[in-house]
Design a binder for this molecule. Sequence first.
Ligand SMILES: NC(=O)C1=CN([C@@H]2O[C@H](COP(=O)(O)OP(=O)(O)OC[C@H]3O[C@@H](n4cnc5c(N)ncnc54)[C@H](O)[C@@H]3O)[C@@H](O)[C@H]2O)C=CC1
Ligand SMILES: O=C(O)CCC(=O)C(=O)O
Length: 525
Amino acid sequence: MVKVLISDKLSPLAKEIFEKRGIQTDQIVGMTPEELIAKIPEYDGLAIRSATKVTPEVLAAAENLKVVGRAGIGVDNVDIKAATANGVVVMNTPFGNSITTAEHAIAMMFAVARQIPQANESTHAGKWEKSKFMGVELTSKTLGVIGCGNIGAIAADRALGLKMKVVAFDPFLSQERAEEIGVEKVELDELLSRADFITLHTPLTDSTRGIIGKDAFAKMKDGVRIINCARGGLIDEEALKEALDSGKVAGAALDVFAVEPAKENALFGHEKVVATPHLGASTTEAQVNVAVQVAEQMADYLLDGAVTNALNMPSVSAEEATRLNPYMKLAGELGSFAGQLTENALQKIQIEYQGDVTELNIRPLTAIVVEGLLQPLMDSVNMVNAMAIAKERDIEIIESKNEGEGDYHTMIKVSVTTDKQTRSVAGTLFADRRPRIVEVKDIRLEAELSHDMLYVTNEDLPGFIGALGTVLGDAGLNIATFSLGRAAEGGEAIALVSIDQPASDEVLAKVQALPHVRQVKALKF
Ligand SMILES: NC(=O)C1=CN([C@@H]2O[C@H](COP(=O)(O)OP(=O)(O)OC[C@H]3O[C@@H](n4cnc5c(N)ncnc54)[C@H](O)[C@@H]3O)[C@@H](O)[C@H]2O)C=CC1
Ligand SMILES: O=C(O)CCC(=O)C(=O)O
């Protein structure tokens, strides 16, 4: 039975959805890394928020794990490289909490502009410090948005509604999109020098870590206010403290911290700092959205092979998955066939899609061909990591589509180039949707693959078939199917023989010794 572990606090709807779809689900929150490592081998799926750290060690222990689902956006708590290498799909829910998080950023902007948390505390203490809490208006002020993706764009939209001017820095923001949102696209330095308020909405990556540090503060207006509802590591907290102390920065509203959970931080207790404990996504609506979405996505993948919002796999809808399934089998068989015939270092894989298959999403098909090809070389390859492994090994992959039909209504041809030669194998789906091999080394034949096969190449001369049948019969091997093809009369011929039991090395040696045999190989599918 398929099993999922929920290791963070998620709406109970997630468990309900998993169970309704027949997936056994355990929720264990607050495990230590060691406890998670001990528990994870039991599960096919792991559903998390931000507290669980999916480290290489966790992934190495996760022998049955197929998918990690992040109920939220940021996946900096998941080692995606290690997940890919271990063949684990990583999914997130990119829109479920965007509005909520953008609203939190706007709430934090008001809080820091009017010192609401500080005034609240003072008023509760009976101090009535009316003159202490002089604020600033937002109307007509300039908001600088760093990272204008989903959340940044919503925050910008809300700020425009508050009659602010919005400038945005985002290297991937097009001029058209900026105009559509209603923001002025600027470079970072210009944003820093013009903004009265700055809000951060980028992921934490190597290029964004510490994007707001000493140098950036020096370029800002005096009295600027900073809001961070993205990730703690974007701001150098020491530099921020200095800028707050010097008066350069009038206030900071922080939902996220360099180290979380943040029980201690140099900024805590600072009178100009408003802090919340990573509450950006914490609304009822957002938590329902992300929990439902992650559970549906993970169940779709585990049960039907549909891939949505994966960070390390191409997307495949449930409808596409159904149409793709027979092609996946064909692509896997072609890859595996070519891989078992390949004895030298792979240099190039060419995959040609012809006819009906060109209407489908070919990326997962290519991934599965490459998986099949690499499998004889390594155990740990699967369709999630196959492309990355091929890239690492400098194997060139070329896909091409030819919409017109050839002799078959649909065909996939895989050509493999090694340092010695190029070999190809092609297959189609017949009306029964079962795969058939229709070409090997440009020689036509028609074979359905089975668990144990013999691949024999020989010179096309009389007597070979009888001799081969005798060797197999003498060894007690029953022939299930026998497919033959030849380049030309008397030329190279290929036999693909399906046998009911595997052939021993001794049988293979006897076949190899038959007159006119060039090569014999036992294949497994
Ligand atoms: N506080 C919280 O609870 C939450 C925090 N987040 C954080 O918010 C971040 C943003 O989320 P979304 O807007 O949904 O992501 P997104 O992917 O839609 O947008 C991120 C934007 O940052 C831009 N970007 C990337 N590198 C940049 C750079 N060096 N300089 C400027 N811009 C850069 C990208 O081009 C993209 O447009 C997430 O990565 C996550 O870390 C998300 C949800 C909740
Ligand atoms: O799950 C949470 O509360 C945090 C949300 C978050 O940071 C994200 O979605 O990136």
